[in-house]
Ligand binder design. Structure first.
Ligand SMILES: NC(=O)c1ccc[n+]([C@@H]2O[C@H](COP(=O)([O-])OP(=O)(O)OC[C@H]3O[C@@H](n4cnc5c(N)ncnc54)[C@H](O)[C@@H]3O)[C@@H](O)[C@H]2O)c1
Length: 343
């Protein structure tokens, strides 16, 4: 396999994956197809986008006129393109259905028409919904998405399975845990808290902060996707997690420690609607393929927080944009208002 189409490759994990491929597989050619939504950023590809080994096409995965010829020119597709932020899905669910469900269908249909192009669909542990303490999600578990984001991702996953069983499109799915690392748009928990801490702003922690997530470094996530692309079985789903289950507030405290910022910056604010309490993955299947994580929990969070401290111009440019500021105001301004005194 030599030619990879990486959709959503100007986003967070996609751009890390492009770097991973460039370093690990020097004989590969990569095309990044990305719409450049608010979350897409060509500077994420600085140093790798050379127009030869790695070239860029701006376009929408929902548009068959762009997708079909590109898929025909490539040996495999790895789909990172998605609307990805749960809070935004509460404000504008339609965009999520459009890209995460319909866009996935357009890619699958192009793979089918091209004669059965290999595809990996990058999905999330959130499709399993809230997981009670003491249990873990298996790949065969019923999907139980509880936000417009996870419902849309679940819809994309089901399209993949439908295209595999009906048309034998050789697609595999990865469902990974919360991922952190360089180039994550600063609306997500770790970059938001890191950049707010650096700026001395309050850190809005939803509810009691006891929502439990597993924490995966982008480089470990990319290695798992690469493995599934090359050694995964078509039609199969692979959970990707580490087992570092920690409450959100503990993650925030570790960021503050790493950045030398005071704990007094934490503000517990009104919780996210429908906020899942816990995700937890059984990952024996991807480990049996040969994957194992390289990051400890502490290193994963601390190194990421440090990256934001050392890359201020990257995120300051994003935070200065109107789209970031209007989203931040819409989601957090009312939550951060001081409570009215009792009447
Ligand atoms: N970040 C996580 O913690 C995490 C965990 C598990 C799975 N995932 C999945 O990994 C994938 C990548 O996530 P991310 O965090 O890098 O997201 P991101 O929001 O940083 O990047 C998404 C990219 O997709 C592009 N895009 C959006 N709509 C598009 C469209 N219609 N056509 C073409 N490009 C489009 C954006 O411009 C952006 O570059 C997503 O599918 C997400 O569901 C993310």
């Amino acid at each position: 396999m030599k030619k990879l189409l990486i959709t959503g490759g100007a986003g967070f994990i996609g751009s890390n994956f492009v770097r991973h491929v460039v370093q690990k597989s020097p004989d590969y050619q990569v095309t990044v197809l990305d719409k450049l939504t608010y979350a897409g950023n060509l500077t994420n590809l600085d140093g790798v986008l050379d127009g030869a080994r790695v070239r860029f096409v701006q376009g929408d995965i929902c548009d068959p006129a762009i997708v079909d010829p590109l898929v025909r020119e490539h040996d495999a597709v790895v789909n990172f393109a998605a609307e990805t932020h749960v809070d935004r899905s509460l404000l504008n669910p339609g965009a999520f259905v459009q890209t995460d469900v319909f866009g996935t269908y357009v890619l699958l249909e192009a793979c089918r028409r091209a004669g059965g192009t290999r595809m990996v669909q990058v999905s999330t542990d959130e499709v399993y919904g809230d997981v009670p303490p003491g249990t873990q999600s298996l790949e065969t578990d019923r999907l139980n998405p509880r936000s417009p984001y996870s419902a849309s991702k679940g819809g994309g996953d089901l399209q993949c399975l439908g295209f595999f069983h009906t048309y034998q499109v050789p697609v595999s799915i990865t469902r990974a845990a919360n991922t952190v690392g360089p180039f994550q748009y600063p609306e997500k928990l770790v970059p938001l808290m890191s950049t707010n801490a650096i700026l001395g702003l309050p850190l809005p922690v939803y509810g009691d902060g006891q929502q439990v997530r597993d924490w995966l470094h982008a480089s470990d996530h990319c290695a798992a996707i690469d493995l599934v692309l090359h050694r995964g079985t078509p039609g199969e789903v692979y959970n990707v997690g580490v087992g570092y289950e920690r409450p959100n507030v503990e993650v925030v405290e570790l960021i503050l420690t790493e950045l030398g910022a005071p704990r007094s910056l934490i503000r517990h604010v009104a919780d996210r609607q429908g906020h899942d309490r816990r995700y937890s993955l059984d990952c024996q299947k991807v480990r049996a393929l040969g994957w194992s994580p390289t990051y400890t929990f502490e290193r994963c969070i601390r190194e990421t927080a440090r990256w934001y401290a050392e890359h201020r111009p990257w995120w300051e440019a994003i935070r200065a944009r109107v789209d970031f500021q209007s989203y931040y105001r819409q989601n957090y301004e009312h939550r951060l208002q001081p409570a009215a005194p009792p009447a």
